[in-house]
Write a protein that binds this ligand. Structure first.
Ligand SMILES: Nc1ncnc2c1ncn2[C@@H]1O[C@H](COP(=O)(O)OP(=O)(O)O)[C@@H](O)[C@H]1O
Ligand SMILES: [Mg+2]
Length: 290
């Protein structure tokens, strides 16, 4: 089911920069969609159209089949939650609790409902022990989680995140992506995430849209989009590292394959299969040291 439609959206900044040119994209309910593109390709500009922070110069954005401008701003902010790239742009209240409570308070909810929502959101992002902490005393990764909690407390249908892994260490990236996957799969929240890290896409996302110079170059499953290697390179993106390794092995004539493995799991299955074919039975342990 289509929950949001971006129809022929163009956007020109005041200085004349054409940041989006005729974007058409349907957002499907329950999906985890990546918007992948190099810096300056228009990802942030596109995301800001999803909750009306920017209004299209031409075209329209529809939420539940109704143009965004025909929804009340509060309705849009409640349904579509945006997490900005830099948590310091988003957090402003003195304590974690106050920051997360801000959205529900603006919705005019009762004190009990506000407390319930803040506590639930803190648990969802695994930050319950930090409720009383000053925001300034948090690590960068913790700040990101508080930003996400602030949005979750509004019970959004759609969660939009702008390069949320930026600035996190590798463990922080995995734990954030695991959280997002859980919010998507367990809580049914539709997630749209801008990123320029291709390796994350086949592991976590169902679908991706490639942006290049303000246009959508291709939308599809990771298998489909990453098989179009020339397009990926045209957009100044790389293939996932595992896919690149598999292609290198293929081009050297070391292996042959029908479809391109994109993740460690897929490559592992491929090699186990090949080893089984070659040796039969269980795969043999291959020594890395001669
Ligand atoms: N406030 C602004 N004023 C003028 N041009 C802008 C502004 N913000 C972004 N741009 C330009 O719009 C284009 C797309 O930028 P952006 O959406 O931030 O891309 P991305 O998020 O993919 O890095 C770039 O050429 C950028 O320089
Ligand atoms: Mg950006």
């Amino acid at each position: 089911m289509v929950i949001m439609q971006i129809k022929n959206v163009q956007y020109r900044y005041h200085d004349g920069t054409d940041a989006l040119c005729s974007i058409n994209l349907d957002i499907l309910k329950g999906e985890f969609l990546a918007i992948l593109g190099q810096n300056g390709s228009g990802k942030t500009t596109l995301l800001k159209h999803l909750n009306g922070l920017l209004k299209p110069t031409a075209g329209e954005v529809l939420l539940d089949q109704k143009t965004l401008t025909r929804h009340s701003p509060n309705e849009v902010f409640q349904k579509v939650g945006i997490v900005f790239q830099d948590p310091n742009d988003q957090l402003f209240a003195p304590s974690v609790w106050d920051d997360i409570a801000f959205g529900p308070m603006n919705m005019g909810l009762s004190g009990n409902e506000i407390s319930q929502r803040v506590n639930d959101a803190l648990i969802m992002v695994d930050m319950a022990p930090y409720a009383k902490k000053p925001v300034d005393a948090l690590s960068f990764g913790q700040k990101k989680r508080v930003c996400i909690a602030g949005v979750l407390a509004m019970k959004p249908e759609i969660l939009v995140l702008d390069e949320p892994t930026c600035g996190l260490d590798p463990v922080g990236v995995t734990s954030l992506m695991t959280l997002l996957k859980e919010l998507n799969q367990k809580h049914g929240i539709t997630i749209i995430m801008a990123t320029n890290i291709v390796d994350l896409v086949p592991v976590y996302m169902n679908r991706l849209a490639i942006m290049y110079q303000g246009a959508l170059l291709r939308v599809g499953s990771p298998e489909d989009v990453f098989s179009r290697i020339d397009e990926i390179r045209h957009a100044y993106l790389e293939l996932p590292q595992i896919a690149q390794l598999m292609l290198t092995l293929r081009d050297e004539g070391s292996i042959s394959m029908d479809s391109l493995p994109l993740t460690i799991g897929e490559a592992r299955n491929y090699f186990i299969h090949k080893l089984n074919d070659k040796y039969g039975g269980a795969p043999r342990r291959v020594s890395l040291v001669k």
